[in-house]
Design a protein around this ligand. Structure first.
Ligand SMILES: [Cu+2]
Length: 71
């Protein structure tokens, strides 16, 4: 399975707690291979198997933590 890498612009992340909340919620999804968060760039970089999850599911997991994903 090929891993797809995508960037999401996420508003509302301000500290390491936010980084941790986003990382742990996204990495809990089946099919997610890697999660990186840049507070400076307001960017979440996700590596995932598109056969097991989708960018939409990943965005929803982030929004469930109280952050806004800008499409
Ligand atoms: Cu925070």
């Amino acid at each position: 399975m090929a891993i797809e890498i995508q960037n999401l612009n996420v508003q509302g992340m301000s500290c390491q707690h936010c980084v941790h909340a986003v990382k742990s919620s996204v990495s809990a999804l089946a099919g997610v291979d890697s999660v990186d968060v840049s507070l400076e760039k307001k960017l979440v970089t996700v590596g995932f198997d598109p056969g097991k999850t989708s960018l939409k599911a990943i965005a929803t997991a982030i929004e469930d933590q109280g952050y806004s994903v800008v499409q």
